[in-house]
Design a protein around this ligand. Structure first.
Ligand SMILES: C[S@@+](CC[C@H](N)C(=O)[O-])C[C@H]1O[C@@H](n2cnc3c(N)ncnc32)[C@H](O)[C@@H]1O
Ligand code: SF4
Length: 450
């Protein structure tokens, strides 16, 4: 890999760029897209063409200061119960627009903390989902789990509902780091949750880690990595801490003077990569690692990795339907996002309407740029055979390719079939993807590149 100074000279640490979990990135969505767009998109779906389903549960018992997720703290179950009734209402509204019982290939519950739901609410929600969608034994069902907010009964209920994958948050086990991000969670507590999940037969487990948090050191993070590897995860997500206190107000509690600088963040990321790949995991895209037998590693090796709002996925479905406050759906022709605040979202949905607040309608050009950016983010390559560019498309992309060739020709190899980034240049992939991004959204709100 290139060293810090070389990458710095190439601008790696100076630019804030999208993570490209969508193209265009969500800040480009606008309120010209409303419920009628989503209604048309739902009505156009073929019930037998599988889709992915995302359910957002925007509640947590604890509110970690570092967290940029859209979620709210609750101390009683009343708002959660109310929200589940609202999701039931949204499912009924969606069902009205679908042609029939829609097949789903993947379902993901995220948040927030889906394991805030007690067993009876888990069962209620699954019953409502199964009233509208068809699942079978091949439908993957993954759930984001806070190890401090889960027990055997919840895991039994999720398993009975078909959960096949679990993702748990760790971030870092070092006490000083945990205290500085307002998130205390012992190794023992985490291991208990992992043992419960494994005991229930969950074969695929992801663990989230974050580098770039206050007081992190290579040595301390190394200890966290050893502890994490002793839990035998199948996947690791290693996110760079995004410090955006102007957007996530609770981050104002983060002691900024204790945040590692660019050089220290780079060292943390490199050390983690060395430890994880040294333990036999395969590095995937910008922030994932997986056992070579895991289906994400297999998908990456076969060129079938994809990127969506949850990050990297093996999900090849063209449609992702998001339910819940602030959820984003992706349809063939564009994106629609639900009203973000739970109050107004509930009111609209309980009134029998779709709650689309904003979105974006994709042009043919956007779809092409989106696929090129996805290829770069997933495969570190552009596959010209798959793109099969027409002359008009070639012409449209000429400025992007000219800029790429002028500024980055030393970072990749190219022949008639493929452009491939060198392994050394991989940290710069978001910069390369940016050449194909015509949305000049400014830097505000995007996370650091490294
Ligand atoms: C919905 S949470 C995980 C599930 C559960 N609520 C928990 O805390 O264990 C999603 C993940 O996003 C990541 N995340 C949240 N805020 C972040 C930030 N500011 N920068 C980088 N990653 C962040 C964390 O790794 C976190 O585990
Ligand atoms: S990290 Fe998890 S538990 Fe903490 S605030 Fe974010 S979503 Fe909630």
């Amino acid at each position: 890999m290139m060293d810090f100074d070389t990458l710095k000279a190439r601008g790696l640490f100076d630019q804030r760029l999208p993570r490209y979990t969508s193209y265009p990135p969500a800040p480009a969505f606008h309120d010209g897209i409303g419920a009628d767009f989503q209604a048309k998109a739902l009505a156009a779906l073929d019930p037998d063409e599988p889709i992915s389903l995302y359910l957002h549960i925007p509640f947590c018992e604890r509110l970690c200061w570092f967290c940029a997720c859209r979620t709210q703290g609750v101390s009683s179950l009343a708002p959660v119960q109310h929200y589940i009734a609202t999701l039931e209402a949204e499912l009924a509204v969606v069902a009205r627009h679908l042609k029939g019982k829609q097949r789903i290939k993947q379902m993901h519950w995220g948040g927030g903390t889906p394991t805030i739901l007690p067993p009876e609410l888990i069962e209620r929600l699954v019953t409502a989902i199964d009233g509208v969608f068809q699942r079978d034994e091949n439908t993957e069902f993954s759930v984001e789990i806070d190890p401090t907010l889960v027990d055997a009964d919840k895991i039994t209920a999720l398993r009975a509902a078909g959960m096949s994958r679990a993702s748990i948050g760790v971030q870092d086990f070092a006490t000083q780091v945990q205290e500085s991000i307002g998130r205390l969670q012992s190794y023992e507590q985490t291991k208990t949750a992992v043992d419960l999940l494994r005991g229930a037969g969950i074969a695929s487990l992801n663990i989230d880690l974050v580098y770039g948090l206050p007081f992190q050191s290579v040595e301390g993070f190394g200890r966290t990595l050893d502890q994490v590897m002793s839990l035998d995860p199948d996947r690791i997500a290693l996110f760079g801490y995004a410090h955006v206190p102007h957007m996530a107000k609770r981050q104002q509690l983060i002691p900024e003077q204790a945040l590692p600088d660019d050089r220290a963040r780079f060292a943390l990321f490199n050390h983690a990569t060395d430890v994880l790949t040294g333990s036999g995991m395969t590095a995937i895209g910008i922030d994932h690692f997986a056992k070579p037998t895991d289906n994400m590693a297999i998908a990456a090796a076969e060129g079938n990795l994809r990127r969506n709002f949850q990050g990297y996925t093996v999900d090849g479905c063209g449609t992702l339907l998001g339910l819940g406050a602030s959820s984003i759906s992706r349809f063939e022709n564009g994106f629609s996002q639900n009203t973000p605040q739970t109050g107004p979202y509930s009111k609209i949905v309980r009134g029998g309407e779709l709650s689309t607040a904003r979105g974006y309608e994709l042009t043919g050009e956007d779809k092409l740029r989106s696929r090129i950016i996805e290829m770069l983010m997933c495969d570190y390559a552009i596959d010209y055979n798959e793109l099969a560019l027409t002359d008009a498309q070639q012409a449209m992309l000429t400025p992007a390719f000219m800029a790429l060739r002028a500024e980055c020709a030393d970072l990749y190899t190219e022949d008639a079939e493929r452009l491939s980034l060198s392994v050394e240049a991989r940290p710069l992939v978001r910069r390369l993807a940016h050449f194909f991004d015509t949305f000049t959204m400014g830097n505000v709100g995007y996370s650091r590149v490294s």
